[in-house]
Design a protein around this ligand. Structure first.
Ligand code: GDP
Length: 534
């Protein structure tokens, strides 16, 4: 088959895993990579993380707290498909970063802990997927432990997410009595054999047998067979049959049961991703100001930056911008233009992230994610293309929920602080505001932990001992309206005015009440919680 942008884009599956912390995202990531054949032994995902950390000593906090702070992408090829797995940080404080990562995902795997069902963070992330029409495959994990009744779990999916669950498999038991699962369409029974988590997975689990033969094969006892046969029939009648269209439209989720740790159900999940998860779709954009849709098979190379990671190596002050390609055949050395600034850059050292290593990307297609090292030229939300006239809808900046004042302990370093804060804000995880009066900087974040991470990074990467203190402001609003109205408003509220990283005017309010009050008095000015970049 010819390798055209169209055929190549069609074999891309770019997806993210969404879950509540501890549901098993990291374990599943690792086992998907094992199933995909890109790593050989369990334990490599964390080990890779550790290497990176010890090599660059970055994100000490990640190590200390045992949470993953940064999101990255892992690419692997399996069954003639290219999978790009976007790793989304699970801690709730990092939701903003996670939300951004989801803008680059074409599908998502929702991991539920079989004993806990839908947890708060699952719900939040699910809502983002729904907003962006991202189809979801459900993986009910930890079946090797005592689980809730699977029927109750599916009911919870239906009622809490308003999503039709369509089980592809049905489990026999859970915990010590977990025997495996039966594929509802074929009646094949996939036995669960308890394996050690560090075992060699080359062999996989035992081969499936027709359910009726499971007893003679010694996989189930007669009572277990009767029970699973009966519930599987009930389930096949009680839930809608899987319908790809309905899944792609976001109304239905196929459900697979398993145990990531025991490498069970993982091959089935990977197969479902290959079969049902969509290749990259058409993306709405403006071309020279005219509305259009970018087809992944288009010749022109286009894409957008959804994340910037700074200082992976603090000695080099490097910054890697993550580009989700939306069309074309990207080739190393190519020149791309940034739509909003008109800047052109030669992409000579694009990076692809494989599980065990990073490699220079010689070629990439719609659906792929490549890292572009740069020195601050690229920002989150930038649209890149060969012509420079394509503009994707800006990625929203999320409204910061906490505003704090930052102070560097050594006043002689105030200048350095400005530069450091700007670079961290350019990553897009925190926001930086400069009040019109005074010399303080105000940092906005979605959660408290982000300030701790930032203080840690300022110390490690920039040698700046900083303290974050309460600020007089509690909320920020971006102002829009005609320039004269904004100027008029700013003149009257100078002490509450500030600017963001792009010098855009921002109102810094002391309370939601105050913001409502001023907003009512100035109907010609709009007070926005978020700002679209671009
Ligand atoms: P994350 O926070 O979602 O990334 O979760 P982890 O992958 O770190 O898993 C959290 C804990 O659950 C770890 O102790 C895992 O070993 C454990 N775990 C993950 N998957 C399974 C599973 O299928 N069965 C059992 N018994 N434990 C699991």
């Amino acid at each position: 088959m010819a390798h055209t942008p169209e055929t190549e884009a069609k074999r891309r599956r770019t997806f993210a895993i969404i879950s509540h912390p501890d549901a098993g995202k990291t374990t599943l990531t690792e086992h998907l990579l094992l199933a995909g054949g890109s790593i050989r032994a369990a334990g490599q995902v964390r080990a890779r993380g550790e290497n990176r950390r010890t090599r660059s000593d970055w994100m000490k906090i990640e190590r200390e707290r045992g949470i993953s702070v940064s999101s990255s992408v892992m690419t692997f090829e399996h069954a003639d498909l290219m999978f790009n797995l976007l790793d989304t940080p699970g801690h709730e404080d990092f939701s903003e970063d996670t939300y951004r990562t989801l803008t680059a995902a074409d599908a998502a795997v929702m991991v539920l802990d079989a004993a806990k069902g839908i947890e708060p963070q699952t719900l939040k992330l699910f809502e983002v997927c729904r907003l962006r029409d991202i189809p979801i495959i459900t993986f009910i994990n930890k079946m090797d432990r005592e689980a809730e009744d699977p029927l109750a779990l599916l009911d919870e999916v239906a009622s809490k997410l308003q999503l039709d669950p369509s089980p592809l498999y049905w489990p026999a038991g859970s915990g010590n009595r977990f025997r495996g699962m039966v594929e509802l369409t074929t009646g094949l029974f996939y036995p669960f054999t308890k394996r050690e988590s560090g075992a060699d997975y080359d062999q996989g689990h035992e081969d499936p047998v027709p359910l009726a033969q499971a007893v003679t094969a010694g996989l189930l006892d007669a009572a277990e067979l009767a029970e699973v046969t009966e519930t599987a029939e009930l389930v096949a009648g009680g839930f809608k049959a899987f319908d790809v269209e309905s899944f792609l439209e976001g109304h239905m989720t196929p459900v697979i049961f398993g145990s990531a740790l025991r490498h069970y159900g993982v091959n089935q999940l990977l197969a479902a991703l290959g079969a049902y998860a969509p290749p990259p779709k058409h993306v709405k954009a403006e071309k020279a100001g005219v509305d259009t849709a970018i087809d992944p098979g288009d010749k022109e190379v286009t894409g957008f930056i959804f994340k910037v990671q700074a200082n992976m190596d603090p000695n080099h002050r490097d910054r890697i911008a993550m580009l989700k390609l939306t069309s074309g055949r990207f080739q190393r050395g190519m020149k791309l233009k940034v739509q909003n600034t008109g800047k052109q850059l030669s992409v000579n050292a694009p990076i692809m992230f494989f599980a065990s290593d990073r490699e220079l990307a010689e070629e990439a297609f719609g659906g792929d994610v490549i890292g572009i090292p740069n020195h601050g030229v690229l920002r989150v939300g930038d649209s890149l293309s060969e012509t420079g006239i394509i503009r994707f809808q800006g990625l929203p900046n999320f409204a910061p929920e906490i505003l704090q004042r930052v102070r560097v302990k050594d006043p002689l370093k105030a200048k350095h602080l400005k530069k450091a804060l700007e670079s961290l804000a350019e990553e897009g995880v925190t926001q930086l505001f400069r009040p019109a009066i005074g010399s303080d900087f105000i940092v906005g974040a979605v959660g408290q932990l982000q300030f701790e991470v930032m203080a840690d990074r300022l110390a490690n990467e920039y040698g700046l001992e900083c303290v974050f203190e309460p600020s007089p402001f509690s909320e920020a609003r971006w102002l829009s309206g005609t320039p004269d109205k904004i100027e008029d408003f700013a003149g009257k509220y100078r002490s509450a005015m500030g600017t963001d990283l792009d010098e855009a005017p921002v109102f810094l309010g002391k309370s939601a009440w105050e913001i409502n009050y001023v907003a009512e008095r100035f109907p010609d000015v709009q007070f926005q919680r978020t700002k679209e970049r671009g």
